[in-house]
Design a protein around this ligand. Sequence first.
Ligand SMILES: Cc1cc2nc3c(=O)[nH]c(=O)nc-3n(C[C@H](O)[C@H](O)[C@H](O)COP(=O)(O)OP(=O)(O)OC[C@H]3O[C@@H](n4cnc5c(N)ncnc54)[C@H](O)[C@@H]3O)c2cc1C
Length: 340
Amino acid sequence: MHIQANYSLLPHNTFQIDVKTQYYIEINRQSDILTLRTDIKLASLPWRIIGGGSNLLFTHDLEGVTIRCTFKNITVVKEDNDNVWISVGAGVEWHDLVTYTVKKNWWGLENLALIPGTVGAAPVQNIGAYGAEAQDSITRVHALDIYDGQRKEFRHSECQFGYRTSIFKQQFINKLLVYRVTFRLRKQHEGKPNLVYEPLKNALESYKKTDLTPKIIYDTIIQIRESKIPDYRKTGNAGSFFKNPVVDIEYFEKLHEKYPDMLHHKMLDGSYKIPAAWLIEQAGWKGELHGHAAVSNQHALFLINLGGANGTEIEALAHLIQEDVNHKFGIHLEPEVIIL
Ligand SMILES: Cc1cc2nc3c(=O)[nH]c(=O)nc-3n(C[C@H](O)[C@H](O)[C@H](O)COP(=O)(O)OP(=O)(O)OC[C@H]3O[C@@H](n4cnc5c(N)ncnc54)[C@H](O)[C@@H]3O)c2cc1C
């Protein structure tokens, strides 16, 4: 275990912001935390956990200790005729895991192809895309208490999964380090393609449902994502900057009367989800520049670093958008990105 002082987090965040953390430590053994806690100086500082930094916006240097889990292996823990259970180290790249399962012809993760970040963050964030969420396949989450190194195990029902959230993002944020995640995947003959997301269904309409394979869905999703999402390796970003807001039926009807073309999605409880990207675009922000930051002209929900932006510049742009959308539509946009 290597403790690095005054360490730049530039390689560890997709917004490509150059901030430093007082101490940076990669955890690659369960005993590492206990060892670190015996160091009185480190133990007295605040600790925070990062993964691939693909949902973070750093606005200043970080005081204290930043830890990252680098457990890497993938093992099959159980198998029957229809299912396979795999246990995956938190440090594995999420997309590498998806690629691995698709190569095996296992169903479950194919709709979540090309989401940046690590396996450890997937249950924390309950990542989701194209009608699927990580929680659909997660059966257990294994974590270490960062105060005493104790192991904790959570069954699916104990994880309190919700829209881009879980118990690990709420009650246990920066308290429990997820080090392994167990997934249940379905073998090919049991597979049922998840086509609830209409544009995906349309993109695959030339196939008979029974001819679909995880690989076909994976390839299609990669194609769709590459065509509409800015590549963070070229242009720093952290995915969707804001959550899609939900309004009650009365407010929806009022807005809909004024904006009959407003995109919307009716929720099971009768409320309406309105795409934040639509609101931002209507408010005239798509492609707008603010110093070294901008709203992507590819997708209005993505704030981007044009090169050399600092976190406060991006945060300031986010505030301007929030104020304007609130002023024009009476809707508060809540950030999905974690601002530190
Ligand atoms: C281009 C782009 C596209 C994206 N598309 C999507 C998408 O389609 N769907 C989606 O859901 N998200 C999307 N995201 C957001 C991002 O990929 C996810 O939120 C991802 O899960 C973050 O993983 P990470 O490892 O980078 O975590 P980080 O951003 O480093 O951390 C996120 C949170 O998880 C915590 N955390 C990280 N690792 C651990 C761990 N091992 N134990 C405990 N806590 C931990 C951190 O403390 C932090 O609170 C996108 C991001 C980008 C840049």
